[in-house]
Design a protein around this ligand. Structure first.
Ligand code: FES
Ligand SMILES: [Fe+2]
Length: 374
């Protein structure tokens, strides 16, 4: 769905009145609740996702020439693969003939053949085979390849920038890559992915993540016995923030997650990376509708961590995640209420949440401003 210029104009006026990103934390309100359930808003946010760097998979999924996986990013079918020249290519997975998805699932392929009428593309997306097209005029095969999408990797994570994001990803990840924990964690080995479909807007999940430990004592009793809550702090960077919490003396979350410190990184706009000595998990949230989202959690472990401990660590994380799912769905029901419009922030705890609202509102303002003129 494409919004009209007039609609964008009208929305821009309204959102600029409803949210002022320059208000300091002590006086700030949250984003208005309609940003969490309005269908027009959802359409603008889809554009926001396509205009920012988006984590779509992992390097280990395209290890060898011919390896590929498909991915649907907020309605845009994509395929990532490694070509014969050993280069990674992320391509639009939409056939140039009638628009069928060329590849499905994941695997290894020598070429890409559309299942509908058999058009074939090489692993770089160039159109090669076009059955029964003799006599078609003004048809330039060279110009009918699958569009190439810029990509970037952050350690093992593969990111796509559908509309050529103007912010280089190096800027967003600048502080994370200096963390000694990341230095080790980026080489940990992928173990497994868990997926959660949640009945809440994707921003509810991020808000919950960025409340500086505010909810830990109430929602996660098992964690509250382990994390040193008094020393739980958020550090803001330009396009990311870090929540760090020392574990209590002898604090053990599970057989793997013990050690001195937990680091929880948020990278604009929807990638979260949790690190402990010996393990890392990434949380990636995508909107699946105006008030629904999908969260993917990838678990990585240091090679020396025994298999049984990996299994147990993942189960513990799954339990914690289910506690978050329950409260996020409750928040969404509350946001839908006519008796709630905005909330306030704890100055001690919720600076990261306001930072997210400020940065994302900037993305939305810019998009609406641009869309009303094109
Ligand atoms: S849609 Fe792909 S060959 Fe027709
Ligand atoms: Fe939580």
């Amino acid at each position: 769905m494409r919004l009209s210029k007039e609609k964008c104009e009208e929305m821009l006026e309204r959102v600029m009145l409803d949210f002022d990103p320059t208000t300091p934390l002590s006086k700030a309100h949250t984003l208005p609740s309609y940003w969490y359930f309005d269908e027009d808003f959802h359409q603008i946010e889809r554009m926001g996702f396509l205009s920012t760097w988006q984590p779509i998979g992992r390097l280990d999924q395209v290890k060898n020439p011919g390896d590929f996986f498909t991915f649907n990013l907020v309605g845009e079918p994509m395929v990532a693969q490694r070509n014969e020249e050993n280069e990674i290519r992320i391509l639009s997975n939409v056939c140039r003939h009638r628009g069928a998805e060329v590849m499905t699932g994941c695997g290894n392929a020598k070429k890409m053949r559309c299942p509908y009428h058999g058009w074939t593309y090489d692993l770089s997306g160039n159109l090669k085979g076009v059955p029964e097209f003799e006599g078609v005029e003004d048809f330039c095969r060279e110009k009918m390849g699958l569009p190439v999408i810029p990509y970037k990797n952050l350690g093992p994570i593969l990111l796509a920038g559908f509309y050529q994001p103007d912010k280089p990803y190096d800027v967003i990840s600048e502080e994370l890559v200096q963390s000694p924990l990341w230095e080790k964690a980026k080489d940990y080995v992928f173990y497994k992915q868990l997926a959660y479909d949640i009945k809440c807007n994707w921003k509810v999940f991020v808000d919950n993540y960025l409340d500086g430990g505010y909810h830990v004592n109430y929602i996660h009793p098992s964690l509250s016995n382990v994390l040193n809550y008094k020393e739980y702090y958020t550090t803001l960077h330009e396009w990311s923030n870090l929540q760090s919490a020392p574990l209590k003396k002898d604090g053990v979350i599970d057989a793997v997650r013990s050690g001195a410190e937990a680091q929880y990184w948020w990278l604009y706009p929807n990638l979260m990376i949790n690190m402990y000595e010996g393990t890392m998990d990434t949380n990636i949230v995508f909107p699946t509708g105006k008030d629904t989202c999908r969260v993917l959690i990838d678990f990585y472990f240091a090679p020396e961590v025994p298999y049984q401990q990996q299994v147990q660590s993942m189960r513990v994380c799954d339990d914690i995640q289910k506690e978050d799912v329950g409260i996020c769905e409750s928040v969404q029901r509350g946001l839908n209420s006519d008796r709630y419009s905005t909330g306030r922030f704890s100055v001690r705890r919720e600076g990261g949440g306001l930072q997210f609202h400020q940065l994302w509102s900037g993305e939305i303002f810019n998009l609406l401003d641009w869309m009303r003129t094109v």
